[in-house]
Design a binder for this molecule. Structure first.
Ligand code: G6P
Length: 372
């Protein structure tokens, strides 16, 4: 009913709108007065976490994209090698695991069979498993050594939105916590980022307030067959997530690429008028990365692409090459997915609606996939 949807036409719209609160709730009580992380609920003792020499993240679908982003954060702040793998591929390649391996299983529902089988395999090999999950008491957290719950609240729409943002928050918390207890050269940065993370829900709110042009743009593209998404660094998984949303909801051919791979193949797909969404990293910090993506935008535009550029406020370098410019608030580089994903959710939802699709119940998909 309309009441259940909080006055929105679809659960997905309600859940998109709930994201600032979901993010804030997932941080609640986890940062102490001194600005340090308190994750006592993660019942793997600090001395064991200090011995971890490898992190392996397993997940499916949208949760897998949060895991891809987590890899950048974990390796940067902890200096522990980290790999992210599709849960459905994991156990079949006989992965190298032992008691010093920390496996992180990410799942909104806590019931995804592929993820469950991956964690069972990991535990049989002696690895410790930490679940990141949105559903209290579900199978994946019950079978794990520890759990960090996301507090998105119930997610009804098949396509994951608020659960994804809270998975990202939980992944950052794990990365920062491991960095905090192990003590790395990034100690000062870790403290700063914890503070910035504690304020990030305001930035998500800000994005939501400026989405009307994105909806308008989405409607104008309803007749297209293909949309491509490009990103670099943490913007790459964001591009994959933007493409997945469009497949799931709009039933369009949508693909995400690492922008650096363009010249190795995908650039051949560019033709006149093809919409290409580009997720641009901050021009501050890793500025080389920014320069490279600006060249990528130039390259595709010269070949006829209609460029839809998602870039930080104040980033002027992209302006000459953007047919459509979507502004997002300034955030630390690694946290940008928390704001850059939101326009892509709104874009897919609106485009799918314009094509007459039911965004809450897309064809052929299930909210929770309990078969392998
Ligand atoms: C299904 C859903 C996706 C979800 C994936 C993983 O495919 O349609 O939205 O990302 O499962 O689900 P989980 O509950 O494990 O996060």
């Amino acid at each position: 009913s309309a009441a259940e949807k909080g006055g929105h036409d679809y659960f997905m719209l309600k859940e998109i709108a709930e994201q600032p609160k979901a993010v804030a709730d997932t941080l609640l009580g986890r940062i102490d007065g001194a600005g340090s992380l308190r994750l006592d609920e993660v019942r793997i003792p600090p001395h064991e976490l200090r011995e971890v020499d490898k992190v392996v993240i397993v997940a499916c679908g949208t949760a897998f994209h949060s895991g891809m982003i987590a890899k950048y954060a974990i390796e940067h702040w902890t200096r522990i090698p980290c790999e992210t793998e599709l849960a459905s591929e994991f156990r079949y390649r006989d992965p190298i695991l032992d008691h010093r391996t920390l496996v992180v299983a990410i799942s909104q529902s806590g019931e995804t069979m592929d993820t469950l089988m991956a964690l069972r395999h990991a535990r049989q090999q002696g690895a410790k498993v930490l679940a990141i999950c949105n559903t209290n008491g579900s199978t994946i957290p019950r079978e794990s050594d520890a759990v960090l719950y996301t507090h998105a609240g119930p997610e009804v729409a098949v396509a994951s939105t608020k659960a994804f943002l809270t998975q990202l928050v939980a992944c950052y918390l794990v990365a920062l916590y491991l960095g905090q207890i192990r003590g790395t050269k990034w100690g000062d940065e870790i403290r700063t980022v914890i503070r910035q993370l504690s304020e990030i829900s305001g930035a998500v709110e800000q994005v939501l307030e400026t989405m009307e042009p994105v909806r308008e743009l989405a409607r104008s593209l309803a007749g297209h067959d293909t949309v491509l998404f490009l990103g670099r660094h943490v913007g790459y998984p964001v591009a994959l997530e933007g493409a997945l949303k469009l497949k799931e909801l709009a039933y369009m051919h949508a693909e995400g690429f690492a922008a650096g791979e363009l010249k190795h193949g995908p650039i051949a797909l560019i033709e006149d008028g093809l919409p290409v969404v580009v997720v641009v990293p901050s021009p501050r910090g890793r500025s080389l990365l920014h320069d490279k993506i600006v060249s990528n935008i130039q390259e595709i535009r010269a070949r006829g692409a209609r460029t839809i550029v998602i870039a930080e406020e104040g980033d002027e370098a992209v302006v000459p090459y953007a047919d459509h410019l979507i502004r997002i608030p300034i955030t630390p580089t690694l946290l940008q997915p928390l704001v850059s994903t939101v326009p892509l959710q709104v874009f897919a939802c609106e485009l799918a609606t314009a094509r007459g699709n039911d965004v809450d119940q897309p064809r052929n998909l299930a909210k929770s996939v309990t078969v392998e």
